[in-house]
Design a protein around this ligand. Structure first.
Ligand code: HEM
Ligand code: HEM
Length: 405
């Protein structure tokens, strides 16, 4: 990787490895000898060119810090989410008459409860890490020069993460999950297409037609969104490798490099701590299966004419802002249908993220705090990021205080 966003480093051959001086400490500018494995591990490294990717791939030593490891921790969290999701798909049944009971039983059964709870809490961590990682790469101006494409793949990743969280919440199929197709229906009604795509409220209150909708959402969750996420992650990593990584502006440049394997070790340490806490939560924090959806006779809301929002169902953290925006637009601005709150909020957030690299006037990654927060160069970029957070915070806070009705 190169420290300068404008200088690609893929063709650079690694600098010669120097022997440590007699005091045992490497000379300034020297790099540690890349670890070399013998036996089976060595063969695997050779055959899959892993040495070039890991131990012989040199990065600025200073990038081995917490804020620069969050993308890697995210990758580990994603792998575990895929593994637990894969296990859940053996037990799950996207039948609108059964999905709630399947989920409730999983939450109440030993071992399965750990799998489903881990999948649930980890989705919060994934979303939180995406947000923090995005703020880190934003402040370090890591999208400047030839790295606009890298930022754009990141925006795609944020969108895919949101989509997979939203569809996952639906699969739980309690009254909160049921709210998702309900709002999709509201949207289709608002644009006059509900009849065309058979997405009326009546279609959701009838088990066979609701099963079709749940099946479509299941397909998006386990295949479409998952495939988009994997493809974009691969493209993201490829671009980081080719374009190089930015330099942490708050540190002094020593000119020293370290093998990428040292960075992966840091991923493991921070990932182990964060995901270890998620595992403990999955084991020890009890979870309520929620209220059965209003289309089931066993639900206390059975036959209700109001939608889930009006009955007091609120979405969980990664998507809480959507309900809050609906309440804000519907109750405070008096605009109906209130689904426009989510639609307009989502459009504003997407545009805000997309324009950031185009309105930032800086030419290279910031060197020091002053350049990182220089509003003459970055004013528009900060405004765009501000709009993104304004919508999310406004929505989340409104959701928090929203009452049923
Ligand atoms: C699933 C989500 C994501 C994953 C797995 C991921 C992974 C990574 C990794 C491993 C890095 C290397 C440096 C580091 O770890 O800090 C990185 C860098 C980067 N990411 Fe992401 N990322 C994700 C989402 C995003 C988002 C949402 C954005 C922005 C909208 C973004 C933009 C960038 C940029 C611009 C860099 C280059 C950083 C630099 O040069 O310092 N990424 N990403
Ligand atoms: C970033 C990736 C993913 C995220 C953020 C995510 C998120 C979620 C969330 C929040 C739930 C609801 C869990 C609950 O309320 O208890 C869920 C359910 C589910 N997910 Fe995922 N998921 C991801 C990937 C996957 C993958 C790759 C698969 C399958 C291969 C999968 C399969 C499932 C299944 C079967 C359920 C239903 C569990 C149930 O309610 O009984 N997920 N997911």
């Amino acid at each position: 990787m190169s420290t300068n966003a404008d200088v690609p480093s893929v063709s650079e051959s690694p600098p010669a490895v120097e022997a440590p001086p007699s005091n045992g400490k490497p000379a300034p500018g020297a790099v540690a000898a890349p670890p070399h494995h013998d036996g089976f591990l060595g063969i695997v490294e050779d055959q899959f060119a892993l040495r070039q990717l890991i131990s012989e791939y040199l990065i600025p030593k200073e990038t081995n810090n917490f804020w620069y490891t969050l993308g890697g921790v995210l990758a580990i969290a994603l792998v575990l989410e895929f593994v637990t999701g894969f296990l859940l798909s053996f037990a799950y049944n996207p039948d609108a008459g059964q999905a709630y009971d399947v989920t409730r039983r999983l939450i109440e059964t030993p071992v399965w409860s750990v799998v489903i709870n881990f999948h649930f809490w980890n989705s919060f961590v994934i979303f939180g890490l995406v947000m923090i990682h995005m703020l880190r790469v934003f402040t370090t101006g890591a999208y400047r020069g030839s790295k606009i494409g890298l930022w754009l793949t990141g925006v795609g990743l944020a969108g895919a993460t949101f989509l997979i969280s939203l569809t996952g919440e639906t699969l739980h199929w309690d009254e909160v999950g049921f709210a998702v197709p309900w709002h999709i229906s509201e949207f289709f009604q608002a644009v006059g297409l509900a009849g065309v795509v058979a997405y009326e409220f009546a279609d959701l209150k009838d088990i066979p037609t609701a099963t079709q909708k749940l099946g479509q959402i299941y397909a998006v969750h386990i295949s479409l969104a998952a495939v988009i996420l994997v493809l974009l992650t691969v493209l993201h990593y490829y671009l980081i490798k080719v374009k190089g990584i930015s330099f942490p502006y708050w540190l002094k440049e020593s000119g020293r490099t370290a093998p990428f394997s040292t960075h992966i070790k840091e991923w493991g340490i921070y990932g182990g701590i964060i995901l270890g806490i998620v595992l403990l939560m999955a084991i020890f924090v009890p979870r309520d299966p929620g209220i059965a959806p209003q289309l089931l006779p066993s639900s206390p809301f059975y036959g209700a004419t109001h939608g889930p929002g009006g009955l007091g169902a609120k979405p969980t953290f990664p998507i809480s802002w959507t309900h809050g925006m609906n309440v804000f637009v519907g109750e405070y601005l008096g605009i109906e249908p209130d689904i426009w709150g989510t639609v307009v909020g989502m459009a504003l957030m997407t545009v805000a993220l997309l324009v950031i690299p185009f309105v930032d006037r800086g030419k290279h990654t910031p060197r020091g705090w002053k350049e990182a927060f220089d509003l003459r160069q970055r004013g528009w970029a900060f405004l765009a990021m501000g709009i993104f957070w304004l919508v999310m915070i406004l929505g989340a806070v409104t959701n928090f205080f929203a009452q049923a009705g």
